[in-house]
Design a protein around this ligand. Structure first.
Ligand SMILES: *[C@@H]1O[C@H](CO)[C@@H](O)[C@H](O)[C@H]1NC(C)=O
Ligand SMILES: *[C@@H]1O[C@H](CO)[C@@H](O)[C@H](O)[C@H]1NC(C)=O
Ligand SMILES: *[C@@H]1O[C@H](CO)[C@@H](O)[C@H](O)[C@H]1NC(C)=O
Length: 502
């Protein structure tokens, strides 16, 4: 029984609501017309930034061999040069567990080994004759180096070692003279360096001539400078196809075209071709107020004047495909190895586009993908609409609150099947919700709860036009998602829901 005051408030609301034509009768949506132009990449900024980054390296003179491969670095974010880890960039917009950062590159005697051996290393370029000064590669995607037994020019020893380094597709073999640490300090007592790279390089990139003072100064004697001889390059005949990152699916690639697609959120440059790093950047990208979370990324390599220069991750809130992968480069910059990956949603038909019983206006309590339920005595307290004017995008949306304004009960909306998830993994539920239909005064009482296996994990309250709502959850492997709310004439529309693994 409502208290007398509550009853009066309700009565007043009903009176003021009498003028409102309910959604079930195709009433007017109280909504600012969405005139959103979905942004596309600013390719000039990308090219400009590619001309500024310098992520080409050679093994340092003063670092011991066999150092662990450093985590992938982010060298630019949206046109600003940076030098930071993927974890740091991803957690700036969303605080995430750092230990989840996958290590694609690094020592991997497992599947990486099998893959590397499937490829065939070929000589890419020869070293100069033994007596001449040569130069080592100064290139992108440097991983780490070792020294191999220098009794012979031991290319095989280098290739064998490379096959134990995940992501190694190219090695540069060379002697480095006058390096005091190699000659006297490091245990290997070898000056035959073997540098591993995650990208293929050519003789045009022999740019490290040594010339560093490594020996200690003794009295007034001239310190001999380092120099390099017999620098040869060995690479796989083609780059290894990367494993698809967890939570994603390959949409296209590799091709020579980057996406020029709508829903662009921005880009990062990374220091090697690391699809896992792009996935983490996409997961941690934050949200676009109109478009929601990152739903897709496009990774590609920028080759400038024939030389690998940087690796781009472009992020989108709309899933793109090969039809828009038409940016082949600009001037000396050529797009290579472009691949698109879509983020998988554990939620089937979260945009309610699967309800297609009409082509203009219709509604239902349930269809193949979603089930709306009313409490006993309630009518259409949760429903699904085909009507473009009510949708955030497309033509489908769901409604909580009696669609014809018959009762004031809260409805429940749930997917027809439990969500197939990875047990124990973290997910995020993302939706757009609009509690605006009856205007600010009435909709001030709006309230929708997101229930995950019966527990409230988030929701929305108060008057709002379509706005992004999200909740973090932990999966059990088969999960029940329910949206509960509405109390006509307090209605809430729901659209464009995703359940992403993070
Ligand atoms: C980037 O950071 C790493 C680690 O902090 C450092 O070793 C390196 O010198 C930095 N590079 C640039 C270009 O600042
Ligand atoms: C092998 O490397 C060691 C250490 O740098 C050096 O002293 C020696 O001369 C090298 N031997 C050959 C054959 O180059
Ligand atoms: C170096 O020092 C020695 C003795 O201290 C001296 O005899 C010699 O002339 C010096 N050489 C040069 C090039 O200064």
């Amino acid at each position: 029984m409502p208290s007398p005051t509550r009853f009066l408030v309700l009565a007043a609301l009903l009176v003021s609501a009498t003028a409102i034509v309910p959604p079930g009768h195709q009433g007017l949506p109280h909504q600012t017309p969405t005139d959103i132009t979905h942004p596309t990449p600013d390719n000039a900024v990308i090219v400009d930034t590619a001309n500024q980054v310098d992520q080409k390296t050679a093994p340092p003179v003063d670092t011991p061999p066999n150092a662990a491969v450093a985590p992938t670095l982010v060298t630019a974010v949206d046109g600003t040069i940076t030098n930071t880890t993927v974890a740091d960039v991803a957690s700036t917009s969303r605080r995430r567990r750092h230990h989840q950062i996958a290590r694609k590159f690094g020592r991997d005697p497992g599947d990486g080994l099998a893959k590397r051996q499937a490829g065939k290393f070929e000589k890419v370029f020869d070293g100069l004759a033994a007596g001449q000064h040569d130069a080592s590669i100064q290139g992108t995607a440097y991983l780490t180096y070792t020294v191999v037994n220098n009794a012979t020019y031991n290319v095989q020893g280098c290739l064998d070692w490379c096959s134990t380094i995940k992501g190694c597709v190219f090695v540069n073999v060379y002697y480095e003279f006058n390096n005091y640490l190699l000659d006297f300090v490091f245990g290997e007592k070898s000056n035959l360096k073997c540098a591993a790279y995650g990208d293929l390089h050519t003789a045009a990139e022999k740019l490290n001539f040594g010339g560093q003072a490594s020996y200690p100064q003794v009295g007034n004697e001239t310190v001999p400078l380092t120099y390099i001889t017999q620098s040869s390059g060995w690479g796989l005949d083609s780059l290894v196809d990367p494993d698809t990152p967890d939570g994603y699916e390959l949409v296209f690639g590799p091709t020579g075209g980057a996406n020029n697609a709508p829903g662009y959120m921005g880009f990062s440059f990374i220091d090697k071709y690391d699809v896992d790093a792009c996935a983490l950047l996409c997961n941690g990208r934050g949200v676009d107020p109109n478009g929601g979370g990152c739903a897709y990324f496009n990774i590609w390599r920028a080759v400038v004047d024939g030389v690998p220069t940087t690796y781009t991750c472009s992020m989108y809130y709309l899933v793109a495909d090969e039809s828009t992968a038409v940016n082949y480069g600009q001037g000396p910059l050529v797009v290579t190895l472009s691949r698109g990956y879509a983020r998988k949603s554990a939620l089937i038909d979260g945009g309610f586009e699967g309800y297609t019983a009409c082509d203009d206006f219709c509604l239902t309590e349930s269809y193949a993908n979603w089930v709306g339920t009313s409490p006993s005595g309630g009518t259409f307290d949760a429903s699904i609409f085909f009507f473009q004017a009510y949708a955030h995008t497309g033509h489908g949306s769901a409604l909580l609150g009696s669609a014809f304004g018959i009762d004031g009960e809260a409805g429940s909306l749930t997917p027809a099947q439990p969500l197939q998830t990875d047990k124990g993994a973290n997910y995020v539920v993302q939706c757009f919700m609009s509690s605006a239909f009856s205007g600010p005064q009435i909709e001030a009482a709006a309230k929708v709860d997101i229930l995950w296996n019966g527990e409230r994990v988030g929701g929305t309250s108060g008057f709002t036009e379509y706005a992004f709502v999200q909740a973090s959850v932990v999966a059990t492997g088969s999960d029940k998602l329910v949206f509960v709310g509405g109390s006509a004439p307090v209605w809430t529309f729901i659209d464009d829901c995703k359940v992403y693994k993070v």
